[in-house]
Design a binder for this molecule. Structure first.
Ligand code: UD1
Ligand code: UDP
Length: 381
């Protein structure tokens, strides 16, 4: 058989970050032919990642529209992916995570009997409403997938409990750690670190490294409305309580996030609202901050490896490994819990030190090698 053609799908910022090391590895692996597909579920935030990692994009389906609904996004995606599969006929497809891109790419491939590998398989909260709609997306992607790349033994167990055959499940670590290791190594070069600092000085005060700061991100659909109101109220209260601390918040472009955040926090001196940051400056911010306040999935995986305490503004997490390691704590989108959690970490050094241990249960930086070997073995059979 000639080299199998592997279609790699990504559509949003986190998928592109987590697929970047795989795309790069596939590019120089002569066992495979790479076909890289951006669905364009995101635009600016995805393009930032494509540029930074210099990712080849062989096909761009360009589906994003402002304020898109889940149903219209899904129908556009499945139609366009199906046309592409018909014309390009890949032998295998890789999807990553739990977005609408993942579910629609998995389903389109299933209909055309193209085997798929699900990267970051087996994460579960057990609650279909949280995170919404991601829990449903990843649960539904499982029976459609041929190979399942579980980041940890916890996610492996979920898949086995759902009766996925053991020989199709591979514990690989999360590719986000492959990307992070490469980036941290890069930023250990003082010249590169200085370039990134200069970039950040364009959006932050010149003395941004000299004061303590809390790094914030948030975008979950189940927090829209009341959840974001509480989150913003908590940040405003903290900003007043700790005038010497800065609250640095790169705001997601979803209008359901941007609107309330800018309205509630736009005029506070020590709350710095930024546009979404490119991956490299964002990693520099994670490394320099005092602590992270987030509802993001990827950030929960990255920050513990950098020794930063993470307070998660959600009621559930599909990433219990960080909680078990003591570096991550759930505070919900609940004003008092957020204020209490951040206040404790800013004032109690023993509580801070207990959470600031550099322990990363999500991978060792070699997930991509394991994934590509499993695909090669699949074709060898
Ligand atoms: C999506 C994923 C979520 C993931 C998140 C990562 C789904 C259902 N949701 O959520 O799982 O955690 O991405 O960030 O797949 N927008 C822009 N420019 C961009 C990106 C988004 O303007 O580059 C705006 C648009 O108005 C767009 C809206 O954000 O319609 C929502 O984007 P969408 O991909 O549907 O959902 P996210 O909330 O970004
Ligand atoms: N990230 C980034 N710039 C930002 C905020 C986050 O590059 O301004 C990165 C972060 O390092 C992580 C990923 O984006 O790798 C997380 O994406 P997001 O929070 O949008 O989605 P989730 O992980 O929750 O699906």
């Amino acid at each position: 058989m000639s080299r199998p053609k592997i279609a790699v799908f990504f559509g949003t910022r986190p998928e592109a970050i987590k697929m970047a090391p795989l795309v790069t590895a596939l590019q120089s692996d002569d066992r495979f032919e790479l076909m890289s597909v951006s669905t364009g579920q995101h635009r600016e935030m995805l393009d930032q990642v494509v540029d930074i990692f210099d990712l080849p994009v062989h096909h761009d389906l360009d589906v994003m529209t402002p304020g898109q609904t889940l149903a219209s996004l899904s129908s556009k995606l499945i139609g366009k992916i199906d046309q592409l599969l018909e014309s390009e006929q890949p032998d295998f497809a890789l999807v990553q995570g739990d977005t609408t891109t993942v579910l629609m790419a998995s389903l389109a491939c299933f209909y055309r009997r193209i085997p798929t590998g699900h990267v970051e398989a087996g994460l579960r909260t057990g609650d279909m409403t949280s995170p919404f709609p991601e829990e449903a997306n990843r649960v539904l992607a499982t029976p459609l997938s041929t190979l399942h790349f579980a980041p940890t033994s916890v996610s492996e167990k979920h898949l086995l409990d759902e009766r996925v055959p053991r020989e199709r499940v591979f514990v690989t670590g999360n590719t986000v750690i492959d990307a992070l290791h490469l980036e941290v190594e890069r930023q250990n070069d003082p010249k590169i670190a200085a370039e990134i600092d200069a970039q950040l000085t364009e959006v932050l005060p010149a003395d941004w490294r000299e004061k303590r700061f809390v790094l914030i991100t948030g975008h979950r659909r189940e927090n829209f409305g009341g959840g974001f109101e509480s989150i913003c109220a908590a940040i405003a209260e903290l900003a007043a309580k700790f005038p010497d601390v800065r609250f640095v918040y790169p705001v997601h472009l979803n209008p359901n996030v941007q609107g309330p955040v800018e309205q509630s926090l736009g005029n506070l001196d020590n709350v710095l609202l930024l546009p979404p940051q490119s991956y490299r400056p964002f990693v520099a911010l994670m490394r320099a901050c005092t602590l992270v306040l987030t509802d993001s999935g990827g950030v929960q995986e990255e920050a513990p490896g950098l020794g930063k305490p993470v307070l998660v503004m959600r009621d559930t997490t599909e990433r219990p490994e960080g909680v078990d390691a003591g570096t991550v704590r759930l505070v919900g989108p609940v004003r008092e819990n957020i204020v209490d959690g951040v206040s404790e970490l800013l004032t109690d050094s023993a509580a801070y030190d207990a959470m600031a241990t550099s322990d990363n249960p999500y991978g060792d930086g070699h997930a991509c090698d394991r994934i590509l070997q499993a695909i090669a073995d699949h074709f060898a059979k």
